[in-house]
Ligand binder design. Structure first.
Ligand code: MG
Length: 388
């Protein structure tokens, strides 16, 4: 029996993780979890599962919950998350939080010797240079849940690191892939949220449309697999059937294929090196798919992808600045405060205006994150004034 702590249980990845757990009740048990403010979703989960420790975002939710579920230990806020990942006796942390907020709990869980199944890509984008050495020191495994990284991880099984020539990360191009840059001027939030292949949370769907998400995945791959940026490429692939590939020194390319269903990488992260049956969704039928399309990634069309390579190479605080600026700008776009292309402006300007600093601690990363967010807030205020 694998004992799991799940962060972000009410989000898209969190709910699909619960789905995987419910399919294998003799193999998996969720002993602790966190939800943000979605208390109805928490109650749904508690109807079916015996959870020992639960962390919510707001202290105000505690009295009611404690009264209704007297046997559960309730925690709240950032401190609660830290307690949840360090105190609880468990085997693996599934981190399905979205954003910078996911970094610290991963760090604490590794510090206390827990394996990680990582869906929170920001953890490695922002803190890869601190997280990976710590994981090595603590002899902790980090299993990727991001579909591209799961694919690469699967292709690498039974192969040697020294034989890798190139990682090929596939990209659908997101909801605006058929639009020119001119056409992007006036696109709406609703249009941006229509991803052609995947059903995901709102933040990541917008990140897919800007390809910031793919940029993050390049940085994430660099850290996870210890491969230089020169050997990581992005290949546009319309159907999201090939989830990524690895090219080896002998020019052989291995690919992992499947339907776009996150439960497959979630389950593999929990069962590695074994594979369990999966009872949801349809298996991939290539005769039905018939054709797969590929083309080169256009860095002019997707400037945030280009920026991610640059920032990844320069390291220090810049990945944290890029991520923090993107989180603010992404949210501002969803709230109708800025236009789609202004997300790019905000992130680019933040990276160049905040500037490079070295990073030695998690606190340095927090400072970089805050500086970026502050920069974008002012940037948005200035835009508002210019329009008035
Ligand atoms: Mg992905």
């Amino acid at each position: 029996m694998k004992r799991i702590v799940l962060l972000g249980a009410s989000g898209s990845i969190g709910l699909q993780t619960m789905d995987v757990v419910e399919q294998h009740p003799d193999e998996f048990e969720v002993v602790g979890l966190s939800v943000g403010q979605n208390i109805p979703a928490l109650r749904q989960i508690l109807r079916k599962h015996n959870i020992y420790t639960v962390c919510v975002q707001n202290k105000e939710d505690l009295p009611n919950l404690q009264e209704q579920y007297p046997d559960i230990t309730f925690l709240y806020g950032d401190e609660g998350l830290e307690k949840l990942v360090t105190i609880e006796d468990y085997d693996i942390l599934v981190n399905a939080l979205v954003g910078f907020v996911g970094l610290y709990p991963t760090y604490k869980a590794i510090e206390t010797g827990h394996d990680i199944a990582l869906a929170n890509k920001e953890t490695l984008v922002v803190g890869g240079d601190l997280i990976m050495p710590l994981a090595k020191e603590k002899k902790v495994h980090i299993y990727p849940i991001d579909s591209e990284h799961s694919a690469i991880f699967q292709c690498l099984q039974g192969n040697h690191h020294k034989d890798i020539k190139r990682l090929i990360i596939t990209a659908s191009g997101g909801s605006f892939r058929t639009k020119t840059r001119e056409e992007l001027e006036h696109v709406t939030v609703k249009e941006a949220l229509q991803h052609p292949n995947w059903t995901m949370g709102a933040k990541i769907t917008i990140d897919s449309a800007t390809m910031m998400n793919k940029g993050f995945e390049v940085i994430e791959a660099h850290h996870l697999f210890d491969i230089p940026y020169e050997q990581i490429s992005v290949l546009m692939h319309d159907e999201s059937i090939i989830h990524s590939m690895v090219e080896f020194q002998d020019h052989a390319i291995l690919a992992q294929l499947g339907t776009p269903d996150m439960r497959i990488p979630i389950q593999y992260a929990l069962t590695w090196p074994d594979r369990y049956p999966i009872h949801v969704g349809e298996p991939l039928d290539l005769a039905k798919v018939q054709t797969l399309h590929f083309h080169d990634a256009d860095f002019k069309r997707y400037p945030l992808l280009a920026l991610a390579y640059e920032v990844g190479r320069r390291k220090g605080n810049l990945p944290a600045v890029m991520n923090g600026a993107n989180e603010e700008a992404n949210q501002a776009f969803r709230e109708g405060k800025i236009k789609f292309l202004q997300i790019e402006d905000a992130v680019y300007n933040a990276v160049y205006q905040v500037g490079f600093n070295e990073v030695h601690t998690i606190d340095d990363l927090k400072k970089a994150d805050q500086a970026a967010r502050q920069y974008v807030k002012v940037f948005i205020e200035d835009l508002k004034e210019a329009n008035e």
